[in-house]
Design a protein around this ligand. Structure first.
Ligand code: BTN
Length: 256
């Protein structure tokens, strides 16, 4: 890997239950080196958000977890890690689209909190698991599932892949290397407290300043996503012009 840290330790597994679980076990055993990347060619029990399972096609998609070990990062700022991951995956997808699809990059967006979308379809999902010690985030597992060469996605899933969008098979290892480079870039930005991290995330928010359908406490609601606050709550302008912050415990985008 042409990186400084992320991916310098690289564990490639032909098959595993979940790379996130594998990474969390390494952390728990105190054997995780900062920047370790775990790639599985097949994942049998991939974990998704909200306890869901994540399916990736064996040998075709990317299922990877990156382990970070941070010195002092306040729990109150842990959403910054979501931004790092989402921006890195965004950059990889946008870069692939840039070469092959006219106007492709502008179609890639981050759907709060960290789904990567091409137009209205999800191309990648992120699951972050933090190990918190006394108010600080110490160990971090960033799990990324990117649909790369699978061209046989269930229509009901509202998902897409790079192969579907671009029409050509993609080189998974080249994508993984770029992913590590972009993670390194955005992690540096986070640690330097570079405002570019927040600015770019805001710019790329899916449906930003446009009305979207949500469920708030289970009831339908319309609003315009504007930004996120420090703790990662979505700032939404409601139909009556008020701006309110909602967490994932209350708000989600409506399923189409
Ligand atoms: C989501 O539901 O959108 C998050 C999906 C995250 C999937 C990735 S695949 C690699 C890593 N290992 C897992 O078990 N999950 C994450």
């Amino acid at each position: 890997m042409r990186t400084r840290i992320i991916g310098q330790r690289f564990i490639e597994l032909s098959s595993v239950d979940s790379t996130n679980k594998y990474a969390a076990d390494l952390l728990a055993a105190g054997r995780a080196v900062h920047g370790t990347v775990i790639l599985a060619h097949e994942q049998t029990q991939g974990r998704g958000q909200r306890g869901r399972t994540w399916l990736s096609a064996p040998g075709l998609d990317i299922a990877t977890s990156v382990v970070l070990s941070l010195a002092e990062w306040p729990v109150a700022d842990q959403f910054a890690l979501s931004k790092v991951a989402a921006l890195a995956v965004h950059d990889v997808v946008a870069d692939a689209m840039r070469y092959h699809v006219d106007g492709g990059t502008g179609r890639v967006r981050i759907k709060w909190p960290n789904d990567i979308m091409v137009d209205r379809k999800k191309v990648a999902g992120i699951l972050i698991q933090n190990e918190v010690v006394g108010g600080s985030v110490k160990g971090v597992v960033i799990g990324i599932g990117l649909n790369v060469n699978n061209s046989d996605l269930d229509a009901g899933l509202n998902a897409t892949s790079l192969r579907i969008e671009i029409g050509l098979p993609q080189d998974r290892m080249a994508l993984l290397e770029l992913l590590c480079q972009r993670l390194e870039h955005w992690l540096d930005a986070m640690l330097r407290q570079d405002p570019a991290l927040d600015d770019r995330y805001r710019e790329l928010l899916w449906s930003r300043e446009r009305f979207a359908h949500f469920e708030l406490d289970g009831a339908p609601m319309e609003g315009r996503p504007l930004d996120v606050d420090r703790s990662g709550r979505l700032l939404v302008e409601t139909a009556d012009g008020r701006v309110e912050a909602f967490g994932l415990d209350r708000l989600r985008f409506a399923e189409r």
